[in-house]
Design a binder for this molecule. Structure first.
Ligand code: DLL
Length: 437
C-alpha cells in the first residue's frame, strides 16, 4: 500500500521543484533565525539570495554534531522554546546529549513520514504492532508509535526488554508486526527457541521494521529464518527527525528516502568533496520543511550509496543502500581499513557460526591486534576439539580473505556473549587507549 501516492510517486521534475522551494525556505529561515548558522554563511560571504538552483546547496557550509554540542541545548533552534511541543535527545559517547525539538507541524510531518515507512514495509490497517524500542528520549519508539496509529494499527507499547513478556503478549495478542533493533529481534527468536515456543505455529508475526543500528544482509536472513518474518530496514537519526528518513519497500532494493522532505548528497568523508550519485560515501542531508530544527548539509557519518533508478514498486523517490558502516566506525588496523560490517558478513556466511559476536582491538607491543569472539551454534562441538579447530581455522581464513589482515578468532560457547536487550547493540570494543596488559 502506498500511503501518500501523490507525494511518493511524484515525477522527478516535480520533486526537484518542491526541493528547491524547500531549500530556499530553509536557508532563509536559518539565516534569519539561527545566529550561529548566519555567522557561518557571513564568514564566506553567502546570502540566501545566492541559492538559486538545487546545485547551489553545495555553496552552503556543512553542519556536524559539533554544531549541536556548541549550541547545547536550544541555540541552534529556529523557534522560541515556547513553540516546541516535544523534545528528544540522543546520547553521545561523551558529554551532553544531542537535543532535538519539534513544533506541532514538525510532529505532524514526522507522523506522516512514519505512516509512509510503515506502509512501505507492508504493514496494513488492522495489524497489531508491538514496539520493543525503549520509550523515552530516544526517537525510535515514539516515531513508530504515531506512524502505526496513523495507519490504523493496534499499537502495543511494551517498550524495550522484558523478553519473556514480549513473547507472551506476541502470542496472546496475535502480534503481526514487530518493531525493534535487529539485534533484539534476533535475541527474541533465540529466547523463543529456548523456551520451546514454536514460532511458526504459535506466533502470527508477519513483518518486522528494524533499524537504529547497523546490520548486514546476512543478519537480515538470520532474523527472517529465526522469526519467520519479513525483515525490513528503516533508517533515520535524531538530528534529522528520528526514524522516518528512509525505509525498505517490498521490492527490497534499497530504502526509499523521503526526498520531498530531505535533500540528500553523498560526499567523500575525508575531503568533503561531493560525489556523483551512485558512488559510495557519507550521506549528507538538508531538511526542506522542518520548523524547529532545520538542518543544512548535516554530515551523518553514515556510509551508503544512492540509487535513483526506477523501482518496481512505483515510488519515485531515490533509494539508499543498507548502511555499510559509519565513517567513525572504521577501524584502522595496522594501516588497513576495517569496517565491522565486513566482519559480520564474513562470519555469518559460515555454517556452524552464529550471529552473536564481538570485535576487540588491542595494542600489544605497539602493534594493533584484532580479535573476534564468535559463538558456534552446535553444542556438540564442545566435545569435538578437532572440529572446533577446523571451524576456527575456516573463520580465520575467511576473515583474512575478506579483510587482508590476520585476525585472532576465538569460538565461544552458544549463549556466552551478552545480548543487548535495551538500546543499541555494542559489538566493537577498542582497548587501544587502555594501559597494556
Ligand atoms: O536511531 C533513529 C531510528 C530509530 C532509526 C528507529 C530507525 C529506527 P539515533 O539514535 O540518533 O537515531 O541514531 C542515529 O543510528 O546515524 C546510524 O548510524 C544508526 N542507524 C539508524 N538507523 C540505521 C539503520 C535513530 N537502519 C544513528 N542501519 C545513525 C544502520 C542505522 N544504522
Amino acid at each position: 500500500m502506498i500511503w501518500n501516492k501523490e507525494r511518493e510517486t511524484m515525477p522527478r521534475r516535480e520533486i526537484e521543484a518542491l526541493q528547491l522551494e524547500g531549500l530556499k525556505w530553509t536557508v532563509d529561515r536559518v539565516y534569519e533565525r539561527v545566529p550561529y548558522y548566519r555567522a557561518k554563511m557571513d564568514a564566506i560571504g553567502l546570502k540566501p539570495k545566492h541559492i538559486r538552483t538545487l546545485k547551489d546547496v553545495q555553496l552552503l557550509p556543512y553542519m556536524t554534531k559539533q554544531d549541536f554540542r556548541d549550541n547545547y541545548p536550544f541555540h541552534n533552534f529556529a523557534v522560541p522554546k515556547e513553540e516546541l511541543v516535544r523534545i528528544h535527545a540522543s546520547s553521545g559517547t561523551t558529554g551532553k546529549p544531542t537535543v532535538v525539538g519539534y513544533t506541532r507541524n514538525d510532529l505532524e510531518m514526522w507522523t506522516e513520514l512514519m505512516a509512509r515507512i510503515v506502509c512501505q514495509a507492508g504493514v496494513m490497517p488492522g495489524d497489531t504492532a508491538q514496539i520493543a524500542f525503549s520509550y523515552g528520549l530516544f526517537t525510535g519508539a515514539f516515531g513508530l508509535h504515531y506512524g502505526l496509529e496513523r495507519v490504523g494499527c493496534g499499537v502495543v507499547p511494551i517498550g524495550g526488554g522484558n523478553t519473556e513478556k514480549q513473547l507472551m503478549l506476541m502470542e496472546d495478542f496475535g502480534t503481526t508486526v514487530l518493531i525493534a533493533t535487529p539485534s533484539y529481534a534476533l535475541y527474541l527468536g533465540e529466547r523463543a527457541q529456548e523456551l520451546g515456543i514454536d514460532i511458526e505455529k504459535r506466533l502470527k508475526l508477519r513483518v518486522g521494521l528494524f533499524g537504529s543500528e547497523p546490520w548486514t544482509e546476512e543478519m537480515r536472513r538470520a532474523i527472517e529464518n529465526s522469526l519467520h518474518i519479513k525483515a525490513t530496514d528503516n533508517y533515520g537519526m535524531s538530528e534529522l527527525i528520528g526514524p522516518g528518513v528512509a525505509g525498505d519497500c517490498e521490492e527490497f532494493c534499497g530504502m526509499h528516502i523521503a526526498e520531498d522532505h530531505f535533500l540528500v548528497e553523498t560526499i567523500d568523508s575525508e575531503s568533503g568533496e561531493v560525489l556523483p550519485v551512485g558512488s559510495e560515501g557519507e550521506l549528507v542531508f538538508t531538511s526542506l520543511d522542518k520548523e524547529a530544527l532545520p538542518v543544512i548539509r548535516y554530515r551523518t557519518r553514515d556510509i551508503s550509496v544512492i540509487d535513483d533508478t526506477p523501482c518496481a514498486c512505483g515510488r519515485t523517490h531515490a533509494r539508499m543502500r543498507k548502511i555499510s558502516g559509519r565513517a567513525d566506525d572504521m577501524l584502522i588496523i595496522r594501516g588497513v581499513n576495517v569496517f565491522p560490517s565486513q566482519i559480520e558478513s564474513a562470519l555469518l556466511g559460515i555454517s556452524g557460526i552464529g550471529p552473536h559476536y564481538q570485535i576487540h582491538v588491542y595494542r600489544r607491543n605497539h602493534l594493533d591486534d584484532l580479535e573476534v569472539l564468535v559463538e558456534f551454534t552446535d553444542d556438540t562441538l564442545l566435545d569435538n576439539y578437532k572440529k572446533l579447530m577446523a571451524l576456527t581455522e575456516h573463520a580465520r581464513e575467511k576473515l583474512y580473505n575478506t579483510l587482508g589482515i590476520h585476525v585472532k578468532v576465538r569460538l565461544v560457547e552458544p549463549h556466552s556473549i551478552e545480548r543487548t536487550q535495551i538500546g543499541k547493540a555494542k559489538r566493537v570494543f577498542d582497548h587501544r587507549n587502555e594501559p597494556e596488559q
